[in-house]
Ligand binder design. Sequence first.
Ligand code: UDP
Length: 346
Amino acid sequence: MSRTSRKNSWAPWRRAAVTGGAGFLGSHLCESLLHSGVEVDCVDNLLSGSRRNIAHLAGRPGFRFVECDVCAPGCADALTGPYDLVLHFACCASPVDYLRLPLETLDAGSLGTRALLAVAERDGARFLLASTSEVYGDPLVHPQPEDYWGNVNPIGPRSVYDESKRFAEALVSAHVRARGADAGIVRLFNTYGPRMRAHDGRVVPTFICQALAGKPLTVAGDGSQTRSLCYVDDTVDGILLVAASGAAHPVNIGGTDEVAVADIARRVLELTGSSSSVEFIERPTDDPQRRRPDTRLARELLGWAPQVPWEEGIKQTIAYFAAAQTAQAAQTAHAAQKSPQPLPQN
Ligand code: UDP
């Protein structure tokens, strides 16, 4: 199902700022808002985002790319607005990225959230924080409802992401209580789909790219740990519904089919027709064992439920990475043809 076929016609905003707009999820959000007639300032420092993700939006009426780091003092000045919606999605979200960039990750949740809340307050805009299922840590309650406080190691390697988002949630909640801000929080569970980076380390792109390349699929531990995958189109719809709802409390948005990592590997092998083997690798520190959102609130408050069966979403994502690999191979062949031949040795 393409985003165009699910065009939102109800968007109540005129102009939005989307931080992290050149990232995987951010670029889909920019696209959806533009489709709904909302002008978009896409804000990104390109640390984990890419111009490629927004190349198709450049030049569209109402779209503007602002290259800046939301934590840098001058960035807010470049966000001239006025906005009626601020979506704060700028943050490394892949374990590989946030373990490589721990301080930047903490800054995005603290300094970045503070700066963007100020922009929203200046313009009287609705503010929405992209939070995460990681605030539940390695959960002791299953599935996870929004009123579960979580089980997080505050000093482990993953804490830079978990605590950054938990602090950001505290900041948003304090602004709602102390300053009457119109601000909300969406807790996102494992979203996947086209425009993920091949090497961002997350399970879906990693397994698909390994399968397409005929390399072993690297299953962490024994692969019994679970995740609930949500296709990007469903996640984007959920985010915009939370934004429009005016809710000040967190809302879970995520898939309801809980799948073991080993089963994701199996399914990817079947759907790609790959003969790759499976290689069991060491489990990352504090890797949550089970994860599934309780989505009752999203259903009752927003009428939201995921629409794309995970097998269908995986097929779309495989098609995306297969096309990207073919384009890359053609480019490499073209470059090799153009490069000068070595002189004969005699
Ligand atoms: N995983 C895996 N092999 C990989 C990448 C990830 O088995 O090559 C596992 C990882 O250990 C975790 C699950 O897949 O248990 C989901 O990891 P991901 O990084 O996609 O997201 P997370 O939910 O941990 O943020």
